[in-house]
Design a protein around this ligand. Structure first.
Ligand code: BGC
Length: 383
């Protein structure tokens, strides 16, 4: 009798193990099928534009298009478990190339390069040769020029690994494209991780020396669906110095301590608390290290009403904290929300602005035979 009971228990146990490992229920199958969705949403430059939707084990989702390697939407739960969009973007993918103001404005959610941030007067010297870039921001060149990495169609393919699921995006920037020397082959891997992070790995190689500075230009708004501006977000940036800039936002070369100034975010402060004391608002590069570093936490942001928290980790030596000072209300984004000034903030992990003209800044030059490597993680939680 006892033996029979044991056998029955074992077979029940065996059956349930089988159900967990092999026989998936309809619901399990449909959830898995939903992990990666791929849709063709348009054509730009004669190439198919694809929109990927990824979903992680906890229900977080991200939408990524191969146009500009743009994150168009990212959902994260608030303290009650409600998922809402935490980035600025457009509902329609073609808005990214059709929207009249986008070309000279905001780089919403895109990968920017070949040189993210500014190069003074669009000029630099590499191996004794002068290079001239397009001037597209006051007297300077910004975010790779007229048609930077944010406005090209990347090759793309989805992938899945033990961390989560992602999209691999590759682009070949040819010699002298936008005035930069060398054929640069670049790959960006976005992974939506099961620990509720969006991880971005960058990889590149080149056949002639050139400054390379590629970053993600996501605007975050943790209120959920961009309900208000970001001035109430509590920002913490773990950095002791920043690069002082002139009136055209080009570094003077000075690395100034933040201590005792409105630039100090080592202890969390609402973004709006001291922004009036900073001419033009926050648009500054914080110094994290003197070169590429092992990945570490560099920032933490909390939105007190929703309880959402975002932590940022990077291997890069700098981060541009931009408080959306030029949004101006010219764009109407997802859910018909008008993006006024300070409607989103960026934390662009990077080499310092204008490093090609600043010999004392960490060098961003990528040499043939070397690899461009950079990882940044935006991790979401609640408090
Ligand atoms: C820059 C801002 C610029 C913005 C464009 C940021 O990375 O620091 O000055 O206006 O990009 O969207």
């Amino acid at each position: 009798m006892k033996i029979r009971t044991l056998v029955m228990q074992m077979s029940v146990l065996g059956l349930s193990l089988l159900m967990i490992s092999g026989c998936k229920t309809k619901q399990q199958k449909s959830t898995e099928a939903m992990k990666i969705k791929k849709e063709v949403v348009g054509v730009s430059d004669g190439k198919e534009v694809i929109l990927y939707t990824l979903r992680n084990a906890n229900g977080m989702t991200v939408k990524i298009t191969n146009y500009g390697a743009i994150v168009t939407e990212l959902t994260a739960p608030d303290k009650t478990g409600k998922f809402e969009n935490v980035v600025l973007g457009f509902d329609r993918t073609d808005s990214y190339w059709k929207e009249p103001y986008i070309s000279n404005c905001c780089y919403l959610g895109a990968i920017v390069g070949r040189y993210g941030n500014r190069i003074a007067k669009g000029k630099f010297v590499q191996n004794g040769k002068d290079y001239v870039l397009a001037i597209n921001n006051g007297p300077n060149s910004l975010h790779g020029g007229i048609k930077g990495f944010d406005k090209v169609v990347w090759d793309s393919e989805p992938f899945e690994n033990t961390d989560g699921q992602g999209v691999k995006l590759s682009y070949l920037s040819r010699d002298m494209e936008e005035g930069y020397p060398g054929n640069l082959s670049v790959t960006v891997y976005y992974t939506l991780m099961n620990d509720n992070s969006l991880k971005i790995d960058y990889d590149g190689s080149i056949d002639q020396a050139c400054p390379v500075n590629i970053t993600h230009h996501g605007y975050f708004n943790l209120t959920g669906n961009a309900k208000t501006n970001i001035l109430g977000h509590e920002m913490q940036i773990l950095a002791d110095r920043y690069t002082v800039v002139d009136s055209t936002l080009i570094p003077t070369g000075e690395l100034r301590p933040v201590a005792g100034t409105p630039m100090d975010f080592n202890q969390p402060h609402p973004i709006g608390e001291r922004i009036e004391q900073v001419t033009g608002g926050y648009d500054h590069n914080y110094v994290l290290s003197d070169g590429i570093m092992p990945i570490r936490k560099i920032a933490r942001i909390k939105e007190p009403v929703s309880g959402r928290v975002m932590e940022v980790f990077t291997t890069e030596p700098g981060v541009q904290f931009y408080s959306g000072n030029f949004l101006n209300g010219v764009l109407t984004g997802s859910g018909n929300v008008q993006y006024n000034d300070h409607w989103g903030f960026c934390l662009e992990t990077q080499h310092f602005p204008d490093s090609p003209n600043q010999p004392l800044f960490p060098s961003a030059v990528l040499e043939p035979g070397a690899r461009y490597k950079h990882t940044t993680v935006y991790r979401f939680g609640i408090e």
